[in-house]
Design a binder for this molecule. Structure first.
Ligand code: CUK
Ligand code: CUA
Length: 631
């Protein structure tokens, strides 16, 4: 009897469940990923002034990993270990910090393919490649002739290039001139970086452009394949009080670059070779020694637009535009006019027609300015205040963030009308839809990233995290699901189905393939070798001891290199290494890997070292001593 009664309850529940899915699921149900289950999407959020890239699962909003890119990261010794220091070398020396803004996934035929993700560094111009098999930064290229790398790192549809535009114009080449000579001496560059092969990033060419501020970019696809678009502001060429002086004109420009034409000009020798110095840092052997190296490059090819006709056009765009986004078909180009009262949409096919008909209203430095009416598809009326960035759902709708009115608007962009709006909390910057800037958006979710958190989380004193907000966009109306606490200032983000990345991730660095010059493949090979003032400790770790664990014979004035090889066979058992008083952070050594910590002991004594990363019940016993004697 009892059993029957129970069955009855179960079937009533089942009916209840079916009934409730027929109705709208609650926000809680939509973001709930049960313990042990995986998220549907990886989301990669720029860390902004943290210099890193964070990885979240969607729809749960759980933080899964922080990938160090441009900033040192004590948590795993990035930028501290001898193997990773070279990643942060620049022509200005070792720089332990960066400001990341725009991540973009590598693409094949305009669709994110899950191989790599790129991200820019705004302050000391650089771009990075992160390998999505290991979620590690494997390459960083410095960008010369740039005064701040903001319009970056956006890819062309087959990852032929990542592109970059200078945020601040500066004298190019750099020289000592009065700041007031801006209009005469300051220039910008738009840079194309070869990106299709890991370890081979290089500046293919730069295009020298008038001294404006190039803010954001996106590249064309489909019919607009072969083009990239950059917003510019400060066409007034102000050099002081830009908040007033750079907002004078009714329209600034989108710079439309025909990079296929640029390739022709390079092939025809229509370029200048400019001497300059910049660094290319990469790991040549990511499955072997895994040691980053720096290569110093000495020159770049520079195209001057008036010597390469057809490479660049200016599209007038109201008013101090910020974002520029190309729809999945490649025909519609939507700009965020920060101070504009309309949302301008340009038509790529009209642009091509206007170029053919020479429908120009003037030129700057030999660069034709197209007639606004000749390229305009429409202006979305009464959008919102402060439209910034747009993403697409692949179903004919675009979503634009509105900074001033703190909202997102959903636009039927072919019909040129707003069909839905939702408030954000507060002051939204970028927004992201999985695949939302590609030829094939996955849609489903929208993540606006807000600059101001105010009251969204329990208070943490004056400094607050930024907040992302997850919306369900699968229905007609946007529905707010979740607040996500973010690291630094995320600016932009990307997301991709986990099924395109997870199966390719590498679980373990194989010890057999480790050809690090200081590898120690077994405890029998562990040793201490003195070379003049250098002491090299060939050390192994395995649960739960170091070999050797008592080291004597070190003297004040020596430089001690701890070359720590993790010889575990289990993929998920890293060991850490830290020694008392070392100026460097710890090491985190993954199974199969060798990492090196340098230590210069300053006083005689006996110094403990220990494993910093929990590894077994005897983790606390994983320790040792170094004896340091006077000189
Ligand atoms: S910028 Cu931050 S909201 Cu760096 Cu892409 Cu527009
Ligand atoms: Cu090894 Cu803890």
């Amino acid at each position: 009897m009892k059993r029957k009664w129970r069955l009855g309850v179960i079937s009533a529940c089942a009916i209840g469940f079916i009934a409730s899915t027929a109705h709208a699921q609650s926000p809680a149900e939509k973001v709930y990923v049960p313990p042990g289950k995986h998220d549907e999407f990886y989301a990669f959020l720029s860390g902004g002034f943290s210099g890193q890239l964070s990885v979240y699962g969607l729809p749960s909003g759980r933080l899964i990993k922080v990938i160090p890119v441009f900033s040192v990261n004590p948590e795993n010794g990035y930028g501290y270990s001898e193997e990773t220091k070279a990643m942060l070398m620049t022509s200005h020396g070792f720089i332990p910090w960066g400001d990341t803004h725009h991540p973009e996934l590598s693409q094949t035929n305009g669709v994110p393919d899950g191989r790599w993700i790129f991200i820019n560094e705004n302050n000391t111009p650089r771009v990075a490649r992160i390998d999505l098999r290991t979620f590690e930064t494997i390459e960083i290229l410095e960008i010369p002739n740039s005064g701040g790398n903001h319009a970056s790192a956006f890819v062309t549809p087959n990852t032929e290039y990542i592109t970059a535009g200078t945020r601040f114009s500066v004298p190019i080449p750099q020289k000592d001139v009065p700041i007031a000579s801006y209009a005469k001496n300051f220039k910008g560059t738009l840079t194309f970086i070869r990106a299709d092969k890991p370890g081979k990033m290089d500046i293919a060419f730069q295009i020298l452009v008038p001294g404006y501020d190039y803010d954001l970019a996106h590249c064309g696809k489909g019919p607009s394949y072969g083009w990239c678009f950059y917003t510019s502001y400060n066409t007034e060429q102000a050099h002081t009080l830009l908040e007033i002086n750079a907002s004078q004109k009714d329209k600034d420009y989108i710079a439309a670059v025909n990079w296929k034409r640029a390739e022709q000009c390079i092939a025809e020798g229509k370029y200048h070779v400019m001497k300059t110095e910049y660094y290319h840092n990469y790991i040549p052997d990511p499955e072997g020694d895994r040691i980053a190296v720096s290569e110093v490059k000495k020159e770049v090819k520079v195209i001057i637009p008036k010597e390469c006709k057809g490479v660049l056009y200016f599209l007038p765009t109201p008013k101090s535009p910020h974002g520029v986004d190309v729809d999945p078909t490649g025909e519609y180009i939507i700009a965020g006019g920060k101070l504009s009262t309309v949302l301008p949409i340009h038509s790529f096919s009209k642009m091509i027609k206007a170029i053919k008909n020479k429908d120009f209203v003037g030129e700057v430095d030999g660069i034709p300015i197209l007639r606004y009416e000749a390229i305009s598809y429409c202006e979305v009326p009464n959008p919102c205040l402060g439209p910034l960035h747009t993403e697409f759902d692949g179903k004919g709708y675009s979503y634009t963030s509105c900074f001033i009115t703190s909202e997102v608007i959903k636009v039927d962009y072919k019909k040129c009308k707003v069909v839905d709006r939702a408030p954000t909390y507060y002051a939204v910057g970028h927004l992201m839809i999985p695949g939302g800037d590609s030829a094939k958006p996955w849609g489903k979710y929208l993540l606006p990233m807000n600059k101001i958190t105010k009251d969204r989380f329990i208070p943490t004193g004056p400094e607050l995290f930024h907040v992302g907000q997850l919306y369900d966009i699968s229905g007609g109306k946007m529905q707010l699901l979740l607040d996500v606490a973010e690291i630094g200032e995320p600016h932009y983000a990307q997301a991709i189905p986990a099924s395109l990345v997870a199966p390719n991730t590498i679980k373990i660095y194989e010890l057999e393939k480790n050809d690090h010059p200081y590898v120690t493949k077994s405890e029998e090979e562990a040793k201490v070798v003195r070379k003049g003032n250098e002491v090299h400790v060939y050390m192994t770790t395995i649960r739960s001891h170091f070999t050797p664990d008592n080291i004597e014979g070190v003297k004040v004035g020596d430089t001690v290199y701890f070359h720590v090889t993790n010889i575990e066979q289990d993929w998920d058992v890293p060991h850490g290494f830290a020694i008392f008083g070392a100026e460097n952070a710890e090491l985190l050594v993954m199974p199969g890997e060798t990492k090196t910590l340098v230590w210069k002991p300053k006083k005689p004594g006996v110094y403990p070292f220990y494993c910093t990363d929990f590894c077994s019940a005897l983790h606390q016993e994983m320790q040792g001593y170094v004896r340091v004697s006077p000189k």
